[in-house]
Every structure is written in structure tokens, then in C-alpha cells.
Design a protein around this ligand. Structure first.
Ligand code: URA
Length: 235
């Protein structure tokens, strides 16, 4: 059980100084489980107590686990010169120090991106070979049966890297919209796989990681917290 002083918690979550947090608590702005608490040194459980500031619920959990529908022109780095950093899309109440995207998607790739401040969780998600990542790729040309067979067998990329076998499913009758499931996560992997079979990716969307699918109710740029059950999918 993670017990923590209320003033430290409020300072952390609201990103204010400890002195300001103490002032807020003493002014009666903070409730714990519905009761105003005036004592800055009161211990609380950040994972189970319901803590509000000026009646607004605070997200105090030790770690946050967020599903984002990554839109185009956003980047998984902090470099805002390249595009909008994905963490900047998150609602203000979830933003905190230490949040990072789990793995990387290219600037033009959309879809399921997990964001957390839990390094061990991220490690479990991206561990090579553990969880298949599924993408929907719109291709410039129909994917031939021969091309699909090469990808299923484990194609060699232009630089000689031999990939593990991929799952290939056709999603349209023209064979230009294809679901591709891969276990690895190499740089530009799907685009390079398409190039290796003489094709080109027009749009790319990640729809699933392991057993977790992109929530169909999310629109590009929207995010939600993972449920406790979803957090355990990668255990
Ligand atoms: N493969 C790619 O080519 N790009 C991505 O963003 C993810 C997988």
C-alpha cells in the first residue's frame, strides 16, 4: 500500500510547490474521500483514495496507463520541431512528469499508442516476440499472393535483415487494404516490408497490441485511461 503525505501528493499532481500545496490544503480546497482535510501531513493512499481539488477529481495513481488514438503529424519524441509531441495531446489533468509513449509510431502513422510513466509495463508491452502488433496498411498496389507468402515466411529487407514471419489478412477484395501482424518493432518495419515485396504503404494505422484493441469510440487525438483489467493484459 503506497501511503504518502497529502501535501507532497498535491504538489506532485498539481505541479505546484510544497508551500503552495500546504496553502491549498489549509484553505480547505482539498477533499479526501469526500471529507475536507486541513492537515498537510495527513497520509493518504494515492491508488485507492478519491482526492479532489476545488471539487475536481485528481489523478493521483502511482502510474497512469493511457490509450491514445494517435493522429497524423504527431511525434513520439519531445521534439516539437518535427510535429506535435503525442504527450501534448493528453488532457491537462493527466499530464505529469515522466509520461512517455510505449514504443514509437512514425509521424504519419495513426492508431493505438499506449502512454505511461511505468517503465516495467512499457518493457512488458514492447518485449520482442511477446505481443503481436496489428496494423492496417493501405497499399499503393494490390498485395500479390506471392508477396503475401514472402511476408508470411519472413521477408528479407533491403539491408539484409531477415524478419520473423508476419500474419497477413486481406481486408478488401482488391487486396490493397491489408492487416499485418508483426512481433518485432524495427524502424519503419511495415513500410520496409511493403518495399521488400515491391509495394508502398499509403496509410498506416495500428489497431491492436497483443489482446488490446484501439477503442472504436475514440476519435483521432482522443485518449482514455486503461481499465484495471486492460492494464493486466501484458502481465
Ligand atoms: N511500421 C512502420 O513502417 N511505421 C510505423 O509507425 C510502425 C510500423
Amino acid at each position: 500500500m503506497s501511503l504518502i503525505r497529502l501535501d507532497k501528493l498535491i504538489a506532485d499532481v498539481l505541479r505546484i510547490s510544497r508551500k503552495q500545496a500546504i496553502q491549498q490544503i489549509k484553505s480547505g480546497a482539498v477533499t479526501v474521500n469526500g471529507q475536507i482535510v486541513y492537515a498537510p501531513d495527513q497520509k493518504c493512499n494515492r491508488d485507492t483514495d478519491h482526492i479532489c481539488h476545488n471539487d475536481t477529481p485528481l489523478y493521483c495513481q502511482t502510474h497512469l496507463y493511457i490509450m491514445l488514438y494517435k493522429p497524423q503529424n504527431t511525434v513520439c519524441t519531445a521534439d516539437a520541431t518535427e510535429g506535435i509531441p503525442v504527450v501534448e495531446l493528453l488532457p491537462a489533468q493527466w499530464r505529469r512528469k515522466g509520461l512517455f509513449p510505449v514504443g514509437r509510431l512514425d509521424k504519419d502513422t495513426t492508431g493505438l499508442l499506449l502512454i505511461t510513466d511505468d517503465g516495467a509495463f512499457a518493457h512488458r508491452v514492447i518485449a520482442p516476440g511477446k505481443h503481436l502488433k496489428y496494423y492496417h496498411a493501405q497499399l499503393a498496389e494490390p498485395l500479390t499472393e506471392q508477396g503475401a507468402a514472402l511476408l508470411r515466411d519472413g521477408v528479407a529487407l533491403a539491408d539484409g535483415t531477415i524478419l520473423q514471419s508476419a500474419q497477413i489478412d486481406f481486408l478488401d477484395h482488391r487486396h490493397q487494404l491489408v492487416q499485418i501482424g508483426i512481433k518485432e518493432g524495427k524502424y519503419h518495419q511495415i513500410k520496409r516490408m511493403a518495399a521488400a515485396v515491391g509495394n508502398r504503404v499509403i496509410t498506416l494505422k495500428r489497431v491492436q497490441i497483443g489482446d488490446l484493441r484501439l477503442d472504436p469510440s475514440l476519435k483521432p487525438g482522443q485518449a482514455r485511461l486503461l481499465t484495471p483489467a486492460e492494464q493486466k493484459v501484458y502481465n
